[in-house]
Design a protein around this ligand. Structure first.
Ligand code: NDP
Length: 282
C-alpha cells in the first residue's frame, strides 16, 4: 500500500481547500509548532511537518525553546496560543525534557486546537464515536484502508500495541468502523495464535521485524506502523517484509507507508480547524 502516493494526493486536495478558504473567508490556516530542546529525531520530524505545511499554504509559527525552559513558561506559551484566534492548531513535539510533565502540557492545549488528538477530551469523544480531533497515525491508517477499498466492517482486526498515540485510538477507530477488535500487547499469551486470526493486522510495537509470515493468516491486510533504525542505519518496520509479502494481500512499506499519511493527517486537521474557525467552540 503506497502511503507516500496517497499522502501526496491528500496534500494536493488540501492545497485547494486552503486556497478556497482564503478566497471565501480570507483565512490562512496557522499552526503553532513548539519544539523543546535539540533532540535530532524531533528536529527532523518538526522540519518535515513544517515543509509539508508550507507546500500546502499552511503558515507555521515556530517556537524553538531551549531544553532548560521551565514548565510554567511552556504552559504560558500554550495559553497564549489558546487565546489567539489566528492560531488554529497547536503542536508540541514529544518527547519533552524530563523536568516537564508531558501530560500537563498536552492537557493544556485547547481541545479545539489539539491537532495531534492527544487531549483526553478528544480521546473521550473518539471512544464515544463522536470524534473531533483524531490522533494522526490511526486516522492515516483508516484513510489508507479506505483508499484501497478495504472496509473493516465485520472483519477480525487485531492491533498489536496499546500506546496512547497509536494502539488505543486505533481500537476506537476500528470499533467505530464496525470491526471486531482484539488488542494484543507485551503480556499477551500466544501472540501468534491471536495475530493469525486477523483479517486486518495493525502492528505498532517498536520491535524490529517481530511479526513474520508465520504470524499471519494468508490474505491478511498488514499495516506496519513501526519505524526502527538498525545499527547499520537501515530503517525497518515491526513486520518482516520478506516473509510477510508472499502471505499478506496488502502490506504497508517502511518507509513510505504509514509515516507519510501521519503527516498528511496533521495537515488535514489543521485545515479542518481553520475551516471551522469562528464556529461554536472554535
Ligand atoms: P510504545 O512503545 O508506546 O508502545 C509499544 C506497544 O507495543 C506497547 O503497548 C507494548 O506493550 C507493545 N509491545 C512491545 N513489545 C511487544 C511484544 N513483544 N509483543 C506484543 N506487544 C509488544 O510505542 P508507540 O505506539 O509509540 O510506537 C510503536 C512503533 O510505531 C514505534 O516503532 C514508533 O516509532 C512507530 N510510530 C510510527 C509512527 C508513524 O507515523 N509511522 C507514529 C507513531 C509511532 P505493553 O503496553 O504491554 O508494554
Amino acid at each position: 500500500m503506497d502511503g507516500k502516493k496517497l499522502a501526496q494526493e491528500v496534500k494536493a486536495e488540501l492545497k485547494q481547500r486552503v486556497e478556497e478558504l482564503w478566497t471565501s473567508k480570507q483565512i490562512v490556516p496557522r499552526l503553532a509548532v513548539i519544539l523543546v530542546g535539540e533532540d535530532p529525531a524531533s528536529q527532523v520530524y518538526v522540519r518535515n511537518k513544517r515543509r509539508a505545511a508550507e507546500k500546502i499554504g499552511i503558515k507555521t509559527v515556530d517556537n524553538l525553546l531551549p531544553a532548560t525552559v521551565s514548565e510554567a513558561d511552556l504552559l504560558d506559551l500554550i495559553y497564549e496560543y489558546n487565546e489567539d484566534p489566528n492560531i488554529h492548531g497547536i503542536l508540541v513535539q514529544l518527547p519533552l525534557p524530563a523536568h516537564i510533565d508531558e501530560a500537563k502540557v498536552t492537557h493544556a492545549i485547547l481541545p479545539s486546537k489539539d491537532v495531534d488528538g492527544f487531549h483526553p477530551v478528544n480521546m473521550g469523544h473518539l471512544f464515544m464515536n463522536m470524534p473531533h480531533s483524531l490522533p494522526c497515525t490511526p486516522r492515516g491508517i483508516m484513510e489508507l484502508l479506505a483508499a484501497y477499498g478495504i472496509s473493516p466492517a465485520g472483519k477480525e482486526v487485531v492491533i498489536v500495541g496499546r500506546s496512547n498515540i497509536v494502539g488505543r485510538p486505533m481500537v476506537a477507530l476500528m470499533l467505530n468502523a464496525d470491526a471486531t477488535v482484539t488488542v494484543a500487547h507485551s503480556k499477551t499469551k500466544d501472540l501468534r495464535a491471536v495475530t493469525k486470526r486477523a483479517d486486518i493486522l495493525v502492528v505498532a510495537t517498536g520491535r524490529p521485524e517481530m511479526i513474520t509470515g508465520a504470524d499471519i493468516k494468508p490474505g491478511a491486510v498488514v499495516i506496519d506502523v513501526g519505524v526502527n533504525r538498525l545499527a547499520d542505519g537501515h530503517l525497518v518496520g515491526d513486520v518482516q517484509r520478506q516473509t510477510v509479502e508472499g502471505v499478506a494481500s496488502y502490506l504497508t512499506p517502511v518507509p513510505g507507508g504509514v509515516g507519510p499519511m501521519t503527516i498528511a493527517m496533521l495537515m488535514k486537521q489543521t485545515v479542518e480547524f481553520a475551516e471551522k474557525s469562528g464556529q461554536d467552540g472554535y
